[in-house]
Design a protein around this ligand. Structure first.
Ligand code: GDP
Length: 532
């Protein structure tokens, strides 16, 4: 088993930078500390132990699917080229949608699909259609992929996880409006990405009378964007999305930028990509637009994304044409998802098929559940810790005051003992239960079903069990024991519920035994040390 550094941070419940600092301190290399680095189980365990955790290495439970390591610069040189992925950004009303529509329309009008525009979150424009003089017959060698994901939700999600899906950003600036707040945001974003993203400026609405291009250029310069035609390094084109002016120049510029960036991707490695959009469609079920970034996606492949998986039933391109294989840089609609995947989720092929995909997803779902439960437990614990600290402090002060006249050393020692006692009490991992059920036979059945849940490290301790509705006395018992109340086929009167809520005592009411067992199991699991 192995685990990504980013995932380990989640497992040991630490912020990534703090985990990385710790890793460096114990002698791991900067390479190993990268968030996407795959740590061996042994290394990950070492790190977890640094946080006082005793991890369990479990082959089955830690199984997941990971991307292949990135190619070395030499390997990259030998790979086939791929189309650039372009995102159009800019201030509201500067003409992004109009420009995208114009570009999409040229691709459709000159293509074979007979003028049908399908909005799927991305589309591909063939250079051969737009620029008759361009060379090459390979469609992926001579096309540009435009992302038009609504609100750039997927783009933001992918960026947040450090994925570089977009190669080039086209910054649209309306000539009549100039540099506006969102224009500046895009410039900042592109700067932050450094070498990962190329920038092209499209000065739009050039059809409008009385516009002043120099004013726009000067405003861009103030933001640190120097255009090529003025001796800078940012290519720019003057366009009108509305009138369709300058589109070929834009596409040509994008093709040049792409060529300089020398974009390549393996077509042979297992398929990888991202979810751009997803929805439920009548007749087709759960569908997602997928951008393949590496490898070749084929019908019949098993892929995972977030907490769901898919056996690729059908793939349709942006022109509505059915395809059997999708190469890097190409967007397709994929059907066959068990659930609707989330935009921005990373897609990975399970190289050994369906069973592997299922296993990985079962683990991801269990981890997510566990994390949610832990967060709940954590919230309650935090409240209790604060309460306890306050009481301790008061006691320590009282004791110190008593001892102050005679022996300050004894006073300090008393406070220390108290702190130690609290710590010991906290290390004990048990789910303490107060049980209520409708009849005595049921009480015994419930106790019998729950008392053996757990293992050496964590388990159930039943502190009290009785017949009838949940009572005030149960709340008092559970509160003193820092436990919870289980009611099986009984009620909890309003007054009791509000008392319990005030005392931070959870009440769980249930009438199906297997569901109760599942709940209690999950709560015990949440007390266990992390699994790597
Ligand atoms: P977005 O908010 O950036 O997507 O902008 P839209 O594409 O929705 O355009 C905003 C407004 O500007 C619309 O009324 C468009 O018709 C208009 N517009 C867009 N491009 C041009 C252009 O090239 N010339 C002119 N004159 N108007 C344009």
């Amino acid at each position: 088993p192995s685990v990504r550094v980013g995932d380990l941070a989640r497992i040991v419940d630490q912020k990534l930078p703090s985990l990385q600092r710790k890793m460096q301190r114990i002698g791991m290399t900067p390479e190993q500390c990268r968030s996407d680095y795959l740590l061996s189980a042994e290394d990950a365990s070492l790190v977890a132990m640094e946080y006082g955790l005793s991890p369990i290495v479990d082959e089955e439970k830690s199984f997941d699917i990971y991307p292949d390591p990135p190619p070395t610069p030499e390997e990259l040189q030998a790979l086939p080229s791929r189309p650039p992925v372009v995102t159009i950004m800019g201030h509201v009303d500067h003409g992004k949608t109009t420009l995208l529509d114009a570009l999409r329309h040229t691709s459709v009008a000159s293509g074979e699909a007979g003028g049908i525009t399908q909005h799927i979150g991305a589309f591909s424009v063939s250079l051969r259609d737009l620029l008759p003089n361009s060379e090459g017959n390979d469609p992926t060698d001579s096309s540009i992929t435009f992302l038009d994901t609504p609100g750039h939700a997927a783009f933001t999600a992918m960026r947040a996880r450090g994925a570089h899906v977009t190669d080039i950003v086209v910054l649209v600036v309306a000539a009549d409006d100039g540099v506006m707040p969102q224009t500046k945001e895009v410039i900042e974003l592109v700067k932050a990405e450094g070498d990962h993203i190329g920038l092209v400026v499209a000065i739009n609405k050039c059809d409008k009378p009385g516009i002043d291009i120099h004013k726009v250029k000067n405003a861009l310069m103030v933001e640190g964007v120097y255009l090529e035609e003025d001796g800078g390094d940012v290519p720019s084109v003057q366009v009108s999305g509305l009138k369709g002016i300058g589109l070929d120049a834009l596409v040509e510029t994008l093709a040049t930028v792409a060529e300089v960036r020398d974009l390549r991707a393996s077509r042979k490695s297992k398929a990888e990509g991202f979810v751009l959009e997803s929805r439920v469609e009548k007749g087709r079920g759960n569908v997602a637009t997928v951008l393949v970034t590496r490898g070749t996606l084929k019908t019949g492949d098993a892929i995972v994304a977030g907490q769901t998986w898919c056996r690729v039933r059908q793939m349709t391109d942006d022109k509505g044409k059915a395809v059997k294989e999708t190469l890097p840089g190409m967007p397709v609609i994929v059907t066959g998802w068990k659930d609707v995947p989330v935009a921005g989720d990373e897609i990975l092929q399970a190289p050994n098929g369906e069973e592997e995909a299922k296993k990985a997803i079962a683990n991801r779902q269990r981890d997510a559940e566990r994390k949610a439960l832990m967060a709940d437990v954590e919230k309650i614990n935090e409240k209790r810790r604060l309460q306890r600290e306050r009481i301790e402090q008061e006691e320590a002060i009282a004791e110190a005051a008593k001892a102050a006249g005679s022996d300050p050393v004894a006073a300090a020692a008393a406070a220390h003992r108290q702190a130690e006692a609290t710590e010991k009490a906290n290390a004990f991992r048990e789910l303490r239960l107060v049980i209520r059920a409708d009849v005595s036979g049921t009480v015994e059945a419930v106790v019998g079903a729950l008392e053996h849940i757990g293992n050496k490290e964590a388990g159930v301790k039943i502190i009290h069990a009785g017949v009838g509705d949940v009572a005030e006395s149960d709340v008092a018992i559970a509160e003193a024991a820092e436990g919870m109340i289980i009611g099986f086929s009984v009620k909890a009167p309003k007054a009791v519920q509000s008392h319990a809520a005030k005392s931070n005592v959870p009440i769980h009411l249930e009438s199906v035994i297997y569901r109760l067992i599942e709940t209690v199991r999950a709560k015990v699991a949440a007390l266990l040390p992390p699994i790597i």
